[in-house]
Structures are given as structure tokens and as C-alpha cells.
Design a protein around this ligand. Sequence first.
Ligand code: ADP
Length: 361
Amino acid sequence: MRERKIQGQAPPASQPSASSPLIAPAADETVNDSLRPTRLMDMIGQRAVADRLRVALEACRIRGEPLPHILFDGPPGLGKTTFATVLHHELGVELAMTSGPALDKKGDVMPFLTNAIEGSILFIDEIHRLPKSVEEFIYPVMEDFRVDVVLGEGISARTLNLPLKKFTIIGATTRSGMLSSPLRDRFHMHEHLEFYDIADLARIVTINAAKLKTTITQEAALELAHRSRGTPRLANARLRWVRDFATARYDGVVTVEIAREALEMQEIDREALDKQDRRYLEGLIQVFHGGPAGVEALAATLAISVDTLADEVEPFLLRSQFIIRTPRGRCATPKAYEHLGIRLPKKRPASDGQDNLFGHF
Ligand code: ADP
């Protein structure tokens, strides 16, 4: 079983050439992530997704066939890559990893297709950023495990129909809405990952503290879970920080008081919002009078990319009801005003002459 996660190093001859952009999503973390579970039974939460994957694994083991193509979607850090690596471990098959933006042209994807062995997995992160030409190129791959290669140019050009080994494509996206329907429909399983609840995050923190040989109280694990925005990747990052803080300033044991002190130093508040989230809410309330405001206008005002706002900031603010999304744009909720200690206006000015959504306050 091999896992091809190559970045900045020449792959062996049988693998894609050094010039092909073979990269690992979140490469540093993917390669060295000692906290990443390797078996399905070690995955915490996402029970419905794990159950369906268990069925797919069992069926493909019984039939001796590759896994169906699977699409994972959901905000960053919820386990899309982890599920792909878990499936590769469960089946004991080879895993190659790349990402949509790295596959700039057909030639970039070709080595992955021709090197894929029977039953192996090709993981494509950020698949919504695959260029249209590459996307269309892989349609016959996903359907019939063949690829059409054009040889020569002009009138002497001819198309070679190259058969491929049967393998699995696992796609991951933070923006399933940006995926074209022909591509989406070629995935046999669509799995949406939800934010994690506090109990599951606290379990992840406790298990990972043990892996990091750190003593943490149950109360401190719950505190970290509360401040991790429903996201395991953030829970792990908070845990590592709190552990460093406890080691540098105290005796290394993480108590709830130490956890709070460490997180306050990172400016992560009791609602799990960080500086960027608060800037977003302040901008929406103070510059746009609480909204409605379009994401482009907000991004320009805050000097943050639209992608960062849409992928990393807004999903949690929406889920925790600090903002709502309307056809006319984003609006801050009374909870956002209260959290920032800003007084609710009696009647907010409606820039477009219509009553705004919170006109009653
Ligand atoms: P994504 O690909 O969705 O951005 P990852 O799969 O890289 O997210 O997950 C980030 C980290 O969170 C992983 O390295 C892993 O340690 C942890 N993690 C994710 N999902 C789970 C889970 N269900 N149980 C335990 N840890 C998880």
C-alpha cells in the first residue's frame, strides 16, 4: 500500500513527472498529521456518512471491485481528506493526491490516470477549481475507465482510445454549488460533512491529547470543543496551542483555567469567534448598517478574499446565527449586535428603500 503525497520532490519514474503538479492538499498536515485517524472505526462523529461508507467498503470487498467515485463536500477542516485516507487504509490500496488548481491542463492529469492501478484511489481536493477542459477530459474516465488522446495535429490527427485500470476518484470541495452538474452526477456517492457537535469535538480533543502525551481535564476538553467552531482541524490546532501554553507557563497539565487563558491570548472568544470573524461582523454592522450586503462588497471593505469569506468565515457565522443569508445579501442578526456589545438600532436604515429584515428593532 502506497500513499503518494509528493510536494517539491521528484517522483519515481513510474509516477507523474517532476513537472506535473502532484501536490498534497494541506500538504504539511497531510504528511505529518499524527492526529489523523486511519481507520473508519476511529472517525469521531459524522455517523451517517461513516455508516454509508462502511456499506460501500463491504460491498466492494465482497464483489472485488473498486469503490464507487465519491464526492465529499463541506467547510474546510471537517474531515474530507481524512475520510479519503481512511478509505485507502481500510482497503489497503494505493492513494494519489492532487488538487483542482494543480491540474491546469489535460497533460497534468494524464500521469495520474495512466499510473492508477486496479482499485487505487485518486483524491482530488478543491475539485470545483478544476478547469473546464480537464473536467470534460475526465468524464469518460469516470464513466468507462477510458481516455481519449489526440495524436498529431491537423488532418493527420487521430484519436486514440486508451483503456485505463478501474480505479476510484474521490473529490473534495468546499463549494459543491460551484460544481457543474455533469461532474457532480458522475460521482456515485455524495457525502456532505456537517459541523461537529461539542461532545464529538471534546472526544477528539481528549483522544488527541493522549496521542500528544498531554494531560487535559474533561472540563478543559469541553472548553476547547466549545471554542473550535465545530471543526476538528481547529480543535487540534487549539489543543496544540493550549498544550504549548501549559508547558511554557505552567506544569504542562491543561486545566480549564489554563485553556481559557491560552485561548484568550489567541483572541478566541467564548463563542469561538476569532479576530477575523469579529472584523467581519463589525464591518457588516458599522459599514453596511447590519446589511443586506453582498459578499464581494464585504470582501473589498475588509480586504479579505471572497473565497476566504465564503469558505472559512461565513459557514460558521451562518450556522451559529450571527448572520443570515438573504437574496439581497448578508444581514447581521440581533445575536451579532449583542455579542459585539453594539446597541441595536431602533429601525435600521434600509439602503434600497425597502424595510430590512430586522426592521422591528
Ligand atoms: P478537510 O479535508 O475537510 O479540510 P481534514 O480531513 O484535513 O479536513 O481534517 C483536518 C483534521 O481534523 C485531520 O487532520 C484530523 O486530525 C481531524 N479530523 C477530521 N475529521 C475527523 C474525525 N471524524 N474524527 C477525528 N478527527 C478528525
